[in-house]
Structure formats: structure tokens, C-alpha cells
Design a protein around this ligand. Structure first.
Ligand code: ATP
Length: 516
């Protein structure tokens, strides 16, 4: 635990030191759980957006993107169910005065039991190192079975109580499981209450004339209300998707763990409209496509896992999370949801407008079903930062801090360094930079020793450093250093562009995704 917290702390301080993320309004001591992306952070964020947009929109003929407004007609949120049902069950510990999400406390308890099972499996592996059959062990070992049964029981109770809005039942479950507050260590809990997560504000400046409107808690509804506009103006044929990247706002009960849970965050969502009855096929398709997109980044295959939802949202008939191994453990990074025809039907009902598609092949009209993929941009950022930040001990015993960001996502792609400022080396270096800057974000650096400059670039994640020396003036060659291998090659200036592009182009990632 200690180690995990240390890792998160390390990421937070590295992000601040190098201009990735600052606490918001820091000169006023900040505002809880709000952060600003700095000069490098906004580059990395933009690159993550590009990777998503290219993979989802550019690589799919049948997916288009929109940019809807944050404010929407208030009836939108009546129709979507958010006014009545976008609640989290909260519970307070009377001793520590800390507030928790009741379902999260239970999930964390389940996770502990799951870890017991994993330990048992590890023990088994050690006992039978040569011919260990994990599946059989899991299916027959009495300790594993007992704990698995416990999990099913807890999950069943959690689902039924939450689905029936039985808050007393949720409280009873927490009591029966003897869950204690991680801060006070006591079981002195308040009742469980529901808390609506939407932020509201008022439209219009005349007192009394104002209407309550909401800051959108998800970008999806901007897509649903535009379903027909896009379908008709874009002549889209089912199946087709509408994608969007934008801010969403939720008054989270507890916003914490750096940029993992904020009250203002960004989502990258895609709603895929399909024929009724075909949604499960597409649900599986998108689960597979999305995890490949993540894994192509090379942050480690074992850092991802699926988690099927126990409690389905009011609109879904299937839902899974793609979880990532964050410094705090495995947590949701993306949701893939089969949302049925719930949203479009609700909007039909509340607006009185038909939101149907005429399917020329079936010769009939219907309300399409929807499969949604929804990933948090800030959580992606945290996943990339935390998996990339590494402390390495080099062969000569020295240490280096290196941010091994996937090259296409790196803020700066190349650093251009004249060995000295004298002898015309600066001018030559500038000449090279002036050529490369059309395609790559470059950083010019002529201060300190080359060794120090390399370390600086390692720390901010620049994939290549190019050194210009006296030989460059004679034969137009430079030294190019690779961030990850630290290997240095002497190559012609004319080869630089191709060498850098081969690693930093999005195409390398997109091809990897296809082949995965
Ligand atoms: P959680 O269970 O963690 O609250 P959720 O299931 O409510 O998340 P969704 O409604 O599925 O989240 O939203 C889609 C994605 O948006 C999530 O997978 C996550 O990456 C991101 N997200 C949701 N809430 C937040 C938040 N408060 N801060 C940052 N990202 C968020």
C-alpha cells in the first residue's frame, strides 16, 4: 500500500516539476480536486485525443465526430434519467467524519477477498511448479471455492439492494461485512443516503426569470439529441457511430486520487447505433476493439483487465469496464455499455419527435440500439504517466528518471542540441530545427553539458535527441540518441526525418492496433 501511495506521489510531483499538471489556482492554495494541464500536459493530452480520434473517426468510414455544447435543454436530463436517478449512495463515518460511496466500500471489500484467492493460487503454483493447472485449481481448491462463493453472495446482495434502492439493505450489508472506515478504523456509520451528482446553474440574468440548467454529466446526451441531424445530413447508414470529446461535470462525493476522480473532467465517447437484436454482437466487437486500442500503446498487456458490471445502470443491458493497473491498483479506465434503445426512446417521449431510422434493407423504421464506448481522457493521461515514469539504474551504477511515454504521444518528439554555442554549431542546429518543426514539435536546448541535457529530455519523455557537433559542419551527419535504449547512431541529416517519423507517427500505433 505504502509503495502504491509513493508511486502516485512520485507521479504527482514529477507532473508538477516538469509542467505536466499543476494544482488549479495554486496561488490561492488551490481548489480541491481541480487541476490545470501545463505546457507539456496539454501537448500530451492533445496527443491522446488525436490517437483516439484517429482510431475511432478517421479509421472508420461509418463513424463521424461532433462537438456539442455543455449546456443542454434541461428536459434532456429528465429524459435521460439523470435528474431522478444519477445518484451515488453515500455513507459517513461518524468518527473520522469521512464520506464514502457505499458501493465503493463494498467493492473494495470484494477486491480484498479476490486478492486472497490470488494468493491461494500463487501458493498452489509454488507447490506444483511443473504441472500447475490454474483453471482446475480455481475450480477445485476448497479455500478458493469458499471465497468465490462469498464474493457471489456479496455481489448478489449488493445488486439487489442497489437496484431496489434499498438503502437500509446497503447499510446492513456494510454492517454484516464488518467493513471499517480506513481512516478511523471504526464501524460507526451513518445511514446510507442518495446524492445527485449533477451541478446546476441558472440561465438568464433577470431574477425570477431564470431556469435551472445543468452542466452536462456526460457527453453522450449531446450525441443522442443530434442523432437524426447527423444521420440525415451525413446520409449515415446503420450501423454507424457518432464520436465526441468534451468536458463533463459531476459533483463527486469524494474527488481524489489526483486526476483519477475530478469534478470537472473530459470524456471521449462514441455511440454506435445498431439494429435491434444486433447489439450484443457489437458490444463484443467494441470490447475487443477498445482493449486493443489500449494495449497497442505498449504500457504492458497485464496492466489491463475487464470487469463486468454487477449493478447495471438504468439504461444498460450489458456493461463492462476496462480497468487499468493505476498506482492505486486496478480501477476503471473506460466503460463499454450496451445502452439498448433507452435514450432515444426517452427523448422521443419527452420531445414528442420521432427519433427513428428507416432501414432500406429491412424496409422498416425502428429506434436503433446503442453500444457506447466511454473513456476518461484524464484517466488515460494518468495511465500513460504512471506506467511511463520509471527509475532506472544504468550499467555504470548511475540513476536516471525516464518518462517512457509512447513516442506518438510524447509532447516533444525531438530535442536539437548543438554541442557548443560556438563555431557556428548553434546556427546549424537551428537550420535542422527549422526543417523538422513543420512535422514534429522540437525543443532547442544549448544549455549545460550534453549529459545533463539528455537527462532533462529523458525526464520529460522526448523520444529523440539530436546532437550537432563539429563533424556535422564537415559531413552533414548528426548523432541521434534514442530515449529508451540510449543508443546513439551517427546518421545523415537527410535521414533524420524518416528515422523520427518511423517511431513517432500515429500510423505505427494504429497499425499495431489493427494487428493486435
Ligand atoms: P466511476 O465508477 O469511476 O465513478 P463511472 O462508471 O461513473 O465511473 P462512466 O459514467 O462510465 O463512469 O464514465 C465514463 C468514463 O469517464 C469512465 O470510464 C472514466 O474514465 C471517466 N470518468 C467518470 N467519472 C470521472 C471523474 N469524476 N473524473 C475523471 N474521469 C471520470
Amino acid at each position: 500500500m505504502e509503495q502504491k501511495e509513493d508511486k502516485l506521489r512520485e507521479v504527482i510531483s514529477h507532473a508538477k516539476e516538469y509542467g505536466y499538471i499543476f494544482p488549479s489556482s495554486e496561488i490561492y492554495d488551490g481548489l480541491a480536486a481541480t487541476y490545470d494541464y501545463g505546457q507539456l500536459g496539454s501537448e500530451l493530452k492533445n496527443n491522446i485525443k488525436s490517437y483516439w480520434w484517429k482510431a475511432m473517426v478517421q479509421m472508420h468510414e461509418n463513424i463521424v465526430g461532433i462537438d456539442a455544447s455543455i449546456f443542454m435543454h434541461p428536459t434532456t436530463w429528465k429524459a435521460s434519467g439523470h435528474v431522478d436517478a444519477f445518484n451515488d449512495p453515500l455513507i459517513d463515518n461518524k468518527d473520522s467524519k469521512k464520506r464514502y460511496r457505499a458501493d465503493v466500500l463494498i467493492e473494495e471489500h470484494i477486491e480484498k477477498i479476490r486478492q486472497k484467492i490470488d494468493k491461494e493460487v500463487e501458493k498452489g503454483k509454488k507447490r506444483f511448479p511443473d504441472n500447475f493447472d490454474e483453471a482446475q485449481f480455481r475450480a477445485t481448491n476448497p479455500n478458493v471455492l469458499r471465497n468465490a462463493e462469498k464474493i457471489t453472495e456479496i455481489e448478489d446482495r449488493m445488486r439487489t439492494t442497489l437496484e431496489n434502492n434499498d438503502l437500509q439493505g446497503v447499510h446492513q450489508l456494510i454492517t454484516d461485512l464488518e467493513i471499517v472506515c480506513p481512516v478511523s478504523g471504526t464501524k460507526n456509520w451513518t445511514d446510507v443516503r442518495q446524492f445527485n451528482l449533477m451541478f446546476s446553474t441558472e440561465l438568464g440574468s433577470v431574477a425570477g426569470d431564470a431556469a435551472t440548467i445543468y452542466l452536462r454529466p456526460e457527453t453522450a446526451q449531446g450525441i443522442f439529441v443530434n442523432f437524426l441531424n447527423v444521420q440525415k445530413s451525413g446520409r449515415m447508414k446503420i450501423p454507424f457511430g457518432i464520436a465526441q470529446i468534451g468536458k463533463a461535470f459531476r459533483n463527486e462525493i469524494i474527488a481524489r486520487q489526483f486526476i483519477f476522480r475530478m469534478r470537472e473532467f473530459e470524456q471521449m465517447e462514441m455511440q454506435f447505433f445498431v439494429r435491434p437484436g444486433e447489439e450484443m454482437k457489437w458490444y463484443e466487437y467494441w470490447k475487443d476493439a477498445r482493449i486493443k486500442w489500449h494495449k497497442a500503446l505498449g504500457l504492458g498487456e497485464s496492466n489491463y483487465r475487464f470487469h463486468d458490471h454487477i449493478k447495471l445502470a438504468h439504461y444498460a443491458n450489458a456493461a463492462a469496464d476496462i480497468e487499468f493497473n493505476f498506482p492505486m491498483g486496478f480501477k476503471e479506465l473506460e466503460g463499454v455499455h450496451s445502452r439498448t434503445d433507452f435514450d432515444l426512446k426517452q427523448h422521443e417521449q419527452f420531445s414528442g419527435k420521432k427519433l427513428q431510422y428507416f432501414d432500406p434493407e429491412l424496409n422498416e423504421s425502428y429506434v436503433p440500439y446503442v453500444v457506447e464506448t466511454s473513456v476518461g481522457l484524464d484517466r488515460m493521461f494518468l495511465a500513460v504517466m504512471s506506467a511511463s515514469l520509471q527509475n532506472e539504474t544504468l550499467e555504470d551504477g548511475s540513476e536516471r528518471v525516464v518518462l517512457k511515454v509512447p513516442a506518438p504521444l510524447a509532447p516533444y518528439k525531438v530535442a536539437i542540441m548543438p554541442l557548443t554555442k560556438k563555431d557556428g554549431l548553434s546556427e546549424k542546429a537551428r537550420e535542422i530545427m527549422d526543417e523538422l518543426k513543420f512535422d514534429f514539435l522540437c525543443q532547442y536546448d544549448e544549455k549545460d553539458s550534453i549529459g545533463k541535457r539528455y537527462r532533462r529530455q529523458d525526464a520529460i519523455g522526448t523520444p529523440f535527441s539530436v546532437t550537432v557537433d563539429h563533424q556535422t559542419l564537415e559531413d552533414n551527419t548528426v548523432t541521434i540518441r534514442d530515449r529508451d535504449t540510449m543508443q546513439q547512431d551517427r546518421i545523415a541529416i537527410s535521414e533524420l526525418h524518416a528515422r523520427i517519423a518511423s517511431k513517432v507517427d500515429f500510423k505505427t500505433l494504429l497499425l499495431e492496433k489493427q494487428e493486435a
